[in-house]
Design a protein around this ligand. Structure first.
Ligand code: SF4
Length: 247
């Protein structure tokens, strides 16, 4: 049976609205962070909230740079830590030039306690050099170019393309991967394969939304261990493939 995409996405959007209203709008994920950038292009409100202070200090971080940096910091890191470290790092390094000026040690200090902060700091330094020498200091709006950057995988590249450049892409992280399999939309072992299969079956109009919706849903309802199936509004659309213990 074909997934009823329209119904599923309506349910997810409604659940998200209600959840955010009940939790006073707290969605600390990188995708939510990126949504903030969209409100005022070039000035990510969540990352750098004080416009006046920014004006005094110089130009705000480029939106694509901010999405790239915060997505790299977010890998294997709790959302709250991603927010804090992104803010610290982007304040000091609103662009690749400033990041190089910081040096690897200071970058690592600002990235701490994000997971693998030393590796991320080293990769960010290398990325900054590549951006300056090959792309005029800008983040490229191109999948292959993004994938050639150290530490950048498909998840990060897709998020940069969709959130910073408003291009088509499907950002598949562990939540999108898990829920897509449980729902029965795909049957895959790894996120990259999930992305490839979703590209075949998911109508394009949902590509950009799926990550933001399923990340929050996966953190709160369709949890990795023991999902809350008994109170899941998606239950009648879900095959519950691979679900053992549930609440
Ligand atoms: S029914 Fe259970 S497995 Fe399916 S989406 Fe809902 S919480 Fe996840």
């Amino acid at each position: 049976m074909k997934p009823e995409w329209g119904a599923v996405f309506r349910i997810l959007e409604k659940w998200r609205r209600e959840h955010l209203a009940a939790s006073e709008g707290s969605d600390p994920s990188v995708t939510a962070l990126a949504e903030e950038y969209k409100k005022e292009p070039g000035t990510p409100r969540t990352v750098l909230s004080d416009r006046e202070e920014l004006k005094e200090r110089g130009s705000p971080p480029d939106k694509a740079w901010a999405v790239l940096v915060s997505t790299i910091l977010s890998l294997r890191t709790k959302d709250a830590v991603t927010l804090k470290t992104s803010k610290s790092l982007l304040e000091k390094a609103p662009g690749p030039k400033e990041l190089i000026g910081l040096g690897e040690e200071k970058t690592a200090k600002l990235a701490y306690p994000a997971g693998f902060y030393r590796t991320k700091a080293a990769n960010l330094q290398k990325i900054a050099v590549i951006l300056l020498t090959q792309y005029g200091g800008k983040v490229p709006a191109d999948m292959d170019a993004l994938l050639s950057l150290p530490g950048v995988g498909r998840k990060t590249a897709n998020l940069v393309l969709t959130e910073a450049f408003d291009m088509d892409g499907i950002c598949v992280d562990i939540h999108v991967h898990r829920i897509s399999n449980r729902m029965g939309w795909v049957e895959t072992e790894v996120p990259d394969k999930t992305e490839a299969e979703l590209r075949e079956i998911l109508p394009k109009r949902y590509w950009k939304r799926i990550n933001a919706l399923l990340v929050l849903y996966g953190q709160n309802v369709c949890r990795p261990v023991s999902p809350f199936c008994s109170r899941c509004p998606l239950a009648k659309h879900c095959k519950r493939r691979g679900v053992g213990k549930a609440r």
